[in-house]
Structure formats: C-alpha cells, structure tokens
Design a protein around this ligand. Structure first.
Ligand SMILES: NC(=O)c1ccc[n+]([C@@H]2O[C@H](COP(=O)([O-])OP(=O)(O)OC[C@H]3O[C@@H](n4cnc5c(N)ncnc54)[C@H](O)[C@@H]3O)[C@@H](O)[C@H]2O)c1
Length: 379
C-alpha cells in the first residue's frame, strides 16, 4: 500500500481552490492544512475545504505536513520554498518556481543535503492529450521534428484577476507566466533547448483592473508584454514562440510541430485535454486523431464560468511523492523546471541584449506517463 503524504497549502489565493479540489483525486495525497500571510485567506479556504488554517510558521513546523505546495506569488516562491526545505518538507511550487538559475541551484543544494524533493508546475504535459502527442512523435508518426510554432496570445490578465499586479512585474509577463506551459510541453515533446533569440516590446505602460474590489485601478507595467522568440532545440529543431498580452484577437493555434514526414497540432498546453490532429505526407491535411483512454484526458472539472475541462493539477505532485517512495526521478523535476526557467529568462535576456543566448542548464526529456502509471496514482 502506497504512503499517503500530508499536503500543506501555502498561499490561499485564486489557484488554491483548484488544488484543494484536485488533490483528493490522487491516492497518495491528503490536504491537511493551509496558511497565507493574509490569515483571512487561509481561514476562508480552510472552512471551504475542511482543513486546518495555520500561521505560515506553524504550517512549516506541522508534523502532519510532509510536502508544502507553494502557491504564493512568483516573487515569494524561492524564499518560501527555501524555508520549507529548511524545515524538512518536500516542496512542490507553482510556476515559475524560481526567478534565477542561482536560486534554483540553491534549492537543489538544500534538497539534496536533506534528501528532499523539489518539483514544479506545470504538470499539464502529463495530460492524456499531450502524452498522446508524445507517443505519436516517439512512434515516428511525423518523423523527426524540425520546426514548429507556439502562440500564447491574449489581451492580458487584468480583466479577470482581482490582484493582477504580479503579472506585470519582473517574474510575470506572458513569457514567465504562460511560457512555462509551452516550453515545458516542448521539452516533453521535442527535448531540451540549446539556444534562443528574441525581440520584445510592450503596448502599454499601465493596465487597468477590470474585476473585483480594485476595479478601475491602474497597475504599472515593468516587464515586456509582447515577445517573439526562436528556440533552437538540442535535436536541431527551430521552433517560434510568440507570447503576448497585447493581442485583442488572433486565429493562431497554440502549438504545431512540423516533422520530416508530417505535422502535429497539439492542444493548449495550459490544459490536460483537447484534440490532437495529425497530417502525414501524401494525406488530406490535418485530421483529428482518436485519443486513447488515458485517465488524465476527460473533461470533469467545472471552471468558475461553468465550462468543463480536463484538469488534473496535482498529478505532478502525486508523481513526485510516488517517485520519492520508489526511488526514481519525478517528471516535474527541479532539473526540468530550472531548464525551463533558464530558457524563459534567456528569451528576455536575448531581447534586452539584442543577441542569441546559449542555454547553460541541461535536462532530459521526461519519461512518458503511461495510462497504467497514471491510473495507479488515482483513487
Ligand atoms: N490563478 C490562476 O489561474 C493560476 C493558474 C496556474 C498557476 N498559477 C500560479 O499560481 C501562483 C499563485 O497565483 P494566484 O492566482 O493564486 O495568486 P493570488 O495573488 O490570487 O494568490 C497568492 C496568495 O499567496 C499569498 N502570499 C503571497 N506571499 C506570501 C508569502 N510570502 N507567504 C504566504 N502567503 C503568501 C497571498 O496573500 C495570496 O493569498 C502564481 O505563481 C501563478 O502563476 C495561477
């Protein structure tokens, strides 16, 4: 019988509700307590989901908490993950888990010395749709991937998020905020990145909040909001990534990969499901591929606006704790998350310094996540 690990949620804002709802899907996880620098936020989530609200100090010292899920804002991720490791807890952080390679290396040092795990979102690449795309590529269905495009475009986060300040400060912006989903999935599908080149600008220096108690308040912008990048992968592929919050409307697809013998349409890497389409040389162009019956595919999660989505956030956390027990590498590993952060920061650096930037960190492609392995983690 697998262990059940006590989860302490640190940071009880917007995304914490999804974690509280999804953690119970996984056999080896149990949410036991939560904390926030704003005690009222922790108390509200505790009442909603039947866990204990604690102070931050008490959560980090709680003997029933084995792993801290760090859902604070990007600027606080490193400091709070470091404190959690020093307190002897495993850490799984929302993205971006650090804001420099040095911070990531520091966490690695502490974790290694204490035999603790560090993992990071996004884990959406573990979803059935993305794992199916991975299987098609691994099986040679489109031949070697040599190019592709990825688009994460929108009008910004200020319309819906009641406290969007962090999105427009260093650590936010479309590349650091949404880029992790795209680059993590590209590492899953194509492998690690070798070099990047980019250009960036911003359409506005202020954004106006459109929701919640601060509706109408202006928020300053201090990070680029419109970025074009080309990523050169270790396998030789060149893939164009555009991340922008200055786009009112567009008709681009989220991700397309072009292989020597075919092309693959990959659904939005922000989600676990979606449709995969494939075209093969001599065929009729893109056609939907029937998805396999992977446990992380079906749309069973209701969003605040009533849509049904495939959402299995916490799958990466569950895999991390299972990997700890089994003595194997976890898929949302520090190495991969740090490589992704390095790629994203290097994109911004390339734009700022008007030159290509070699990626210093290395990682491997994660192991595929089979239907059997996914099913074994779920209740
Ligand atoms: N909102 C989403 O839909 C979403 C989706 C995926 C990932 N994320 C990521 O999750 C993280 C949190 O996002 P959010 O939207 O929930 O933000 P949020 O601002 O709604 O919530 C963050 C919470 O963390 C608390 N906090 C900040 N610093 C803290 C500290 N030092 N110690 C304890 N608590 C602290 C804040 O008081 C707040 O309650 C971000 O990294 C974001 O990129 C958010």
């Amino acid at each position: 019988m697998a262990c059940e690990y006590g989860v302490g949620i640190l940071g009880c804002g917007n995304i914490s509700a999804a974690y509280f709802k999804l953690i119970p899907l996984f056999k080896n996880l149990k949410a036991v307590a939560c904390a926030d620098i704003n005690p009222a936020a922790a108390e509200a989530r505790a009442a909603e989901f039947g866990v204990r609200a604690e102070t931050v100090e008490a959560l980090l010292a709680d003997p029933e908490v084995d792993v801290i899920v760090n859902l604070t804002i990007p600027e606080a991720h490193f400091a709070m993950s470091k404190r959690a490791l020093e307190a002897g807890k495993h850490v799984y952080s929302e993205k971006p888990f650090v804001l420099s390679v040095e911070e990531g290396e520091e966490l690695r040092k502490i974790a290694d010395a204490k035999g603790l795990r560090v993992g990071s979102a996004p884990d959406t690449f573990l979803g059935g749709a993305h794992q199916f795309a991975r299987k098609l590529i691994d099986d040679g269905a489109i031949g070697k991937v040599m190019s592709g495009t990825a688009h994460v475009l929108g009008a910004g986060m200020e319309a819906w998020h009641p406290n969007p300040d962090f999105f427009f400060r260093p650590g936010g912006g479309p590349i650091l905020d949404m880029g992790p989903y795209y680059v993590t999935n590209l590492v899953n599908l194509v492998g690690p990145v070798k070099r990047v080149m980019a250009m960036a600008n911003m359409a506005r220096t202020e954004r106006v909040i459109g929701n919640g108690p601060r509706n109408g308040e202006a928020v300053p912008v201090s990070t680029p909001t419109n970025i074009h990048a080309i990523l050169e992968f270790e396998n030789g592929a060149h893939i164009a990534l555009m991340g922008s919050w200055d786009v009112i409307a567009n008709k681009h697809t989220n991700m397309e990969l072009y292989g020597v013998d075919g092309a693959l349409h990959v659904p939005d890497p922000n989600f676990f499901g979606g449709s995969v389409e494939m075209a093969q040389r001599g065929g009729k162009g893109f056609e939907a591929v029937e998805l396999w019956d992977h446990p992380l595919t079906s749309a069973k999660f209701q969003t605040q606006d009533g849509r049904m989505l495939a959402n299995y956030r916490a799958a990466g956390l569950s895999d991390m704790m299972a990997a700890h027990e089994e003595g194997r590498e976890h898929r949302c590993s520090l190495d991969r998350a740090l490589h992704v952060v390095d790629v994203l920061l290097s994109i911004l650096k390339s734009a700022e310094e008007k030159r290509s930037v070699d990626i210093g960190t290395k990682c491997t492609q994660p192991a595929p996540f089979s239907m059997q392995e996914a099913a074994a983690l779920m209740r």
